[in-house]
Ligand binder design. Structure first.
Ligand SMILES: Nc1ncnc2c1ncn2[C@@H]1O[C@H](COP(=O)(O)OP(=O)(O)OP(=O)(O)O)[C@@H](O)[C@H]1O
Length: 384
């Protein structure tokens, strides 16, 4: 089975091999996605150490050649020259290429008061579809909260209530009084873009205190090449509009992020960029997401929408799984289902002895390869 996916939790559960392709070169790692990250880091470390060592040797040999010069030492100089030639050509170790991860920070505007949002005896229904019945929740500054629950239970509606876009039938939803500045990423954000604006204008308008070069850098990271910056939003594809909406969202100053499925249209590097930005954000974050990997990376509190109420778990997603036996059972069921569909494929937790051995072997090989000086330098141009 070959899978192409941006869903890291899914890749973790199913894959036994990851093939990474970057800059026209592909490399295979044994294991699932999390193991691939570890193996890749180990490979880069080993390759970098070997490269550094060889660079020193090259410098030392060059130095030796210049000191020996001609005359009585010319024989030794010639053999040093031969050694240098070999080091620089057939034995050359390539410097491992590391793609620079673009770093983004959500702009913050001071800090909010301690109380960020409060729901008191909240009641809400769409006609006879009751979503909340006397639900209570209070959110404090700096909390990073995942709102979870099955499809249609009212997660997105809760965010709309917090944003004041829906009104409670009874009870209250209040934002804190002091400096609570929300920045809301709604699921249909792309549909709200102004079609007459250009790509660059759309982001420039939302950004305050951003340099033009930084805005262009952000757009570039989200795959808007220079020739697209002056294109009208009306001419963009659905996916491009979604990425543009994401860029617009990333530049707005706030003290509260309200996110509805923010990772939906993002590739893995963009998800990682978003996770880093959220982790560095000192304000409050409330997110609805089905992306369990994303939730595991960023939240310190979980709120489950259940039986028209809000069940609080004062810990991260793993804590929620530990405390919530139903959720753990569902998680195990899902794993079992996936395994049944792909009986020959085993996930990390169930790796066979042979696979574990293969993985160890791969790590050893990566280390040895790095030491054993790779031949040729076909890709030398791309190492910097
Ligand atoms: N404007 C609306 N009018 C009537 N019903 C609506 C409206 N918006 C949402 N609903 C219904 O309310 C329920 C809750 O919707 P909501 O989008 O909040 O669920 P959710 O938990 O976010 O779901 P999902 O996980 O699928 O995104 C659903 O049954 C939905 O069909």
């Amino acid at each position: 089975m070959v899978i192409i996916s941006h869903d890291r939790a899914f890749l973790d559960q199913l894959c036994t091999k990851i093939v990474e392709t970057d800059m026209g070169v592909s490399r295979t790692y044994v294991g699932n996605y999390s193991e691939y990250l570890l193996s890749k880091a180990a490979w880069i470390e080993a390759q970098y150490a070997a490269w550094e060592k060889q660079q020193k040797e090259i410098e030392h040999t060059k130095d030796l050649i210049s000191r020996l010069g001609a005359g009585a030492n010319s024989g030794r100089a010639t053999s040093a020259e031969k050694k240098l030639e070999k080091l620089q050509e057939e034995d050359l170790i390539e410097k491992p290429f590391q793609r620079k991860q673009m770093k983004i920070r959500f702009p913050e505007r001071g800090r909010s008061g301690r109380s960020v949002a409060t729901m008191k005896n909240l009641e809400f229904a769409y006609e006879d579809n009751v979503l909340f019945n006397k639900a209570n929740l209070s959110i404090e500054r700096g909390e990073k909260i995942a709102i979870i629950g099955p499809n249609g239970c009212g997660k997105s509606t809760l965010l709309k209530l917090i944003m004041g876009l829906e009104k409670p039938k009874a009870g209250e939803v209040l934002l804190g009084e002091h400096n609570v500045l929300p920045n809301y990423f709604e699921q249909n954000q792309a549909e709200a873009l102004d079609l007459d604006k250009t790509v660059l204008e759309t982001v420039e308008e939302a950004a305050e205190d951003w340099r033009l070069d930084d805005i262009k850098g952000l757009l570039g990271r989200c795959n808007f090449k220079a020739d697209m910056l002056d294109r009208k939003v009306s001419l963009l594809s659905g996916g491009e509009k979604a990425r543009l909406a994401f860029c617009k969202f990333m530049v707005k100053p706030s003290t509260l992020l309200v996110l509805d499925e923010p990772t939906n249209h993002l590739d893995i590097p963009s998800k990682e960029m978003l996770e880093d930005a959220i982790n560095e954000y000192s304000g409050t974050v409330i997110t609805v997401s089905h992306d369990r990997y994303f939730i595991k990376q960023i939240v310190n509190r979980v709120v489950e929408v259940k039986d028209c109420g809000l069940q609080n778990y004062a810990g991260d997603y793993n804590y929620y799984l530990e405390k919530n036996l139903d959720a753990r059972a569902r998680e195990l069921e899902r794993e079992a289902e996936l395994e049944e569909k792909a009986p020959k494929v085993k996930a990390k937790s169930k790796m066979s002895k042979a696979e574990k051995e293969a993985m160890k072997k791969q790590k050893r090989q990566a280390f040895q390869q790095a030491k054993a000086k790779s031949k040729g330098s076909k890709n030398a141009k791309r190492w910097n």
